[in-house]
Ligand binder design. Structure first.
Ligand SMILES: Cc1ncc(COP(=O)(O)O)c(C=O)c1O
Length: 448
């Protein structure tokens, strides 16, 4: 195996911040006081001035193996020197097959074929398109409706936003897709506040799917997509029994069930996929982020054998699915993915997350009683801490907490509105868990 070559962190603060339009960012506030990151190693980010920040969010829920890990860096460097790009339309390169097999081997049951793309958003749109096309090739072309869930996040493609349920992500963009409906959110603070893991209350909310079938008829519904644990809307674990119930209702009506595991995949909940944790087999799993530990963009969809096989008929010279991306199974992403999966296995990082789950949840619940803390949820190596909004604006307290963390407490985390969301790299130690929640406690007091 090649050795990773290291370059020192040399970045300086850019003179002109104006040309870059930052995604999902308050640009004017950011540019007044930029939060710049220049380097990273293991559990830490490094600013251009050389300050070290503990990473409480694995970047954006993605660097599950920790930052700039040697085997991943070396694999990317070696791959760049060997094969920069190969098309996967009518051609392919060996590592694409190798990675597909490895990804499939981590998925439960007969989820055994992998379609690659470059992000979670593309993975979601790919899965929705496969669902529609699947019914069509089987002669059930009337199944065109897609069902998501309130508060769901499925990326930013038109399909993903349409099935998503976060109003601010939807309201600027017109009518989105037609024929989309939503299940109710599984979160209810009154019934679930301060639950560790999956809340007891809420399995019955899956029955709303039966209601939608009554309204539209099963013959019009193609698929249901949910995050097993909703991350981007503030860490919402599924109520006990909810996913099982959803599976049963989908089975009853011939509806495909898609688990969006862009966050929950690759160890976040202590297993390769949340489908394994919950013992529920979906028809498709979307993944991204952790597959390369965030090092090179990659996403994909794992589909059940029956879904793949449905397409493999008719004349052999005809393309079975008119879909794909120039960079599907990019060689750098495949090399990074293989090295990442090796690292997860070598270091037992999924099991490690499972073992740390209780100490992590206990540390999270230690914040109960601090000013403005309305609820805390913890599952796997994630936590969502809801803070009361300030009277003069939703999201202000959250942004203040994030800024204070970055500039004064050397910690980075996500703020989703006024919810602090934590999801460290899975290499986090127990003492770093203590450090992280210690810093968050100070920040919560400071923004009171
Ligand atoms: C469940 C889920 N689906 C899809 C996405 C979109 O992924 P990306 O930002 O890579 O497009 C995300 C991103 O956080 C996600 O959490």
């Amino acid at each position: 195996m090649a050795q990773a070559q290291r370059t020192p962190v040399t970045a300086t603060v850019p003179n002109d911040l104006e040309p870059f339009w930052l995604p999902f960012t308050a640009n004017r506030a950011f540019k007044r006081r930029p939060r710049l990151i220049a380097g990273a190693k293991d559990m830490h980010y490094i600013t251009p001035e050389g300050r070290k920040l503990i990473d409480g969010s694995a970047g954006l829920w993605c660097t599950n193996a920790g930052h700039n890990r040697d085997p991943i860096v070396a694999a990317i460097q070696a791959q760049a020197a060997e094969l920069d790009f190969a098309p996967t339309f009518q051609f392919a390169h060996p590592k694409a097959f190798e990675l597909a097999a490895r990804v499939a081997s981590l998925a439960p049951g007969d989820l055994d074929h992998v379609f690659f793309c470059n992000s979670g958003s593309e993975a979601v749109d790919t899965a929705l398109k496969i669902a529609l096309a699947f019914h069509k090739v089987r002669g059930e072309g009337s199944r065109v409706r897609l069902i998501g869930r309130e508060r769901g996040y499925h990326g930013v493609g038109f399909g993903g936003v349409a099935v998503g349920g976060i109003v601010s992500n939807r309201k600027q963009f017109g009518t989105l897709l037609v024929g989309v409906d939503h299940l109710p959110s599984t979160y209810n603070r009154e019934k679930q506040a301060f639950s560790i893991g999956e809340p007891e209350w809420g399995a019955h909310l899956a029955d709303a799917l039966d209601g939608l079938v009554t309204l539209h008829d099963a013959s019009t519904i193609a698929a249901v997509i949910v995050e097993p644990m909703s991350g981007s809307s503030g860490v919402l674990p599924p109520p006990k029994g909810y996913l099982e119930r959803l599976r049963a209702i989908c089975d009853k009506h011939g509806i495909l069930l898609i688990f969006d595991e862009v966050i929950t995949g690759y160890g976040r909940l202590g297993y390769a996929f949340a489908a394994e944790r919950y013992g529920v087999q979906p028809d498709m799993i979307t993944f991204a982020k952790g597959v390369t530990s965030g090092s090179v963009p990659m996403g994909g969809v794992v589909v059940r054998k029956g879904v793949y096989d449905a397409f493999m008929q008719g004349p052999e010279h005809v393309i079975e699915l008119f879909h794909g991306y120039t960079y599907s199974a990019h060689p750098l992403a495949c090399a990074a993915g293989l090295a990442t999966l090796d690292l997860y296995r070598a270091e037992g990082l999924f099991e490690r997350a499972r073992k740390l789950e209780m100490p992590w949840a206990d540390a999270a619940m230690g914040l109960k009683g601090l000013p403005n803390v309305l609820d805390i949820r913890a599952v796997g190596l994630t936590a969502g801490i809801d803070l009361a909004s300030k009277p003069d604006g939703v999201g202000k307290r959250g942004l203040e907490a994030l800024e204070l963390g970055f500039f004064e407490h050397d910690v980075m985390f996500r703020a989703v509105g006024d919810t602090i969301a934590l999801s460290p790299p899975l290499i986090v130690t127990e003492s770093q868990i203590g450090e992280l929640f210690g810093k968050v406690a100070k920040i919560i007091k400071a923004v009171a």
